[in-house]
Write a protein that binds this ligand. Sequence first.
Ligand code: SF4
Length: 177
Amino acid sequence: MKVLLHDCCAPCGAQVVKELRDEGHEVTVYFYNPNIFPKDEYNLRLAEMKRYCAKTKTPLIVGKYEHDEWSENVRGYEKEPEGGKRCEKCFQKRLAEVAQKSKEENFEAFATTLTISPHKNAEVINSIGHELADFYGLKFIDTVWRKNEGYKKSCQISSEEGFHRQNYCGCEFSIRG
Ligand code: SF4
């Protein structure tokens, strides 16, 4: 299938791009992460994914960095713990954009790298993905990428490629002090 893959960063994206390609899909990466703060960190994560996509000849679409809009979307949930309501709203915002883009650009399916992280609630992410897919008449690939040693493999690729590895999820509220 022609798949638009939402990617959060190169360490997660490299393994998922490989898996989808191994399954025979035609993959385009969509880097849409207005949650990432500060902008320098956003630029760093994007540069790493650009480097990987160029190396593997994977088409890459770069979304807008609309952090103010993202912040407005999570207003009132700043103090939520990681994994709580703020994260749900964050997944919703990013996946809604990816689903819409998939529809506009005639992709058959979309997916996200987010479920490769052991810290993220795959059930919540997949339920949002399916809801959006139903709304737009698309397919959502709901593989939980961390399974079958997916997370371990992503760490291996990451060290082979020498990727920048962040020590916090992305937004200012997830920076460990
Ligand atoms: S902790 Fe991560 S998933 Fe949760 S709101 Fe922040 S950037 Fe989004």
